[in-house]
Design a protein around this ligand. Sequence first.
Ligand SMILES: *Cc1c(COP(=O)(O)O)cnc(C)c1O
Length: 359
Amino acid sequence: MDDCRGWCTEAVRIIEADFNRSADTHLFKLDLPALPGVDLYFKDESTHPTRSLKHRLARSLFLYTICNGWVSEGTTVVEASSGSTAVSEAYFARLLGLPFIAVMPRSTSPEKVDAITFYGGKCHFVDTPAEIYAESKRLAEETGGHYMDQFTYAERATDWRGNNNIAEAIFEQMKREPAPIPTWIVVSAGTGGTSATIGRYVRYCRHETRICVVDPEYSVFYDCFESGDRTLTIDASSRVEGIGRPRCEPSFIPEIIDRMIKVPDAATFAAMRVLGERVDHLPGASTGTNLYGSLEIMAEMVEKGEKGALVTLLCDPGERYRDTSYDDDWLAANGFDIAPYVEQIDRFLDTGEWRPIDA
Ligand SMILES: *Cc1c(COP(=O)(O)O)cnc(C)c1O
């Protein structure tokens, strides 16, 4: 027991020291002269050491499991992931000198596989996304290791009342803006952890901010939210990496979400491209989903003459998607026609006019 306490104490120090060396991520404002009084901000999560918002989650999960006594010296850590979480967990496992195995669908992008391997993690592939959970559990038992299980623990591993969580950081960074309390915060859901943290924080601080969660085509979150049925599943995997799930993950908390918007995948890729041309760095695919949902809400605000701010997230960098959603041949081969959406988005951003797609 004493040995374990010694290791745990040092492990917590290592993680906290890493945090102490890191800076907060930027909140940048998109310049929108055609939409006076409606402001759009992005919390740029692509600047974490492991390049995505999963850096926050991985840090929280390691602290939570270590402080629970579930992981100690030499424990093999196993995780079910669509890629980004495994990259960030591999980083922390290496900091702590722990063996790490990522269980992922075979379709995971080579860039993510490389990043996991770079941090010394091992990749274990399964054929379908639905298999990652049982296979992770099995591997953890076989190695005497610990199954981290982000899809269960994401919502509870992060301190929801503050302590530098993403919600507190956003409200701090908004303080000197014309509309410091955003009308909406728009996020997407993979584990649901980010929406849970922000939703709880907003209620705890008694802010009027509402939470909108955007969902890609192949995902059950939207239907779970609308129907209240948590048992829904689909036999398909999301084409927007990092978001959308085939089952309603335990970490997804619909009760603290005010609204959900289903975003067509072609609209996601169009929005991602348009943003990439208007800012100085490339956003990843889920950022396109976030932007498209935000634009729908902004169009409603313009229509009603409402003023206010929206905050959304730039979740990870576009460099990870050069061979997929940034590649015209990939889009064509997968049947995505983004042109009508690009036109719709550009027109809105340039003139303030939102034309429905079929008009
Ligand atoms: C995980 C992830 C999200 C969603 O975050 P959750 O907190 O897991 O719901 C969005 N975008 C990317 C790229 C992700 O990896």
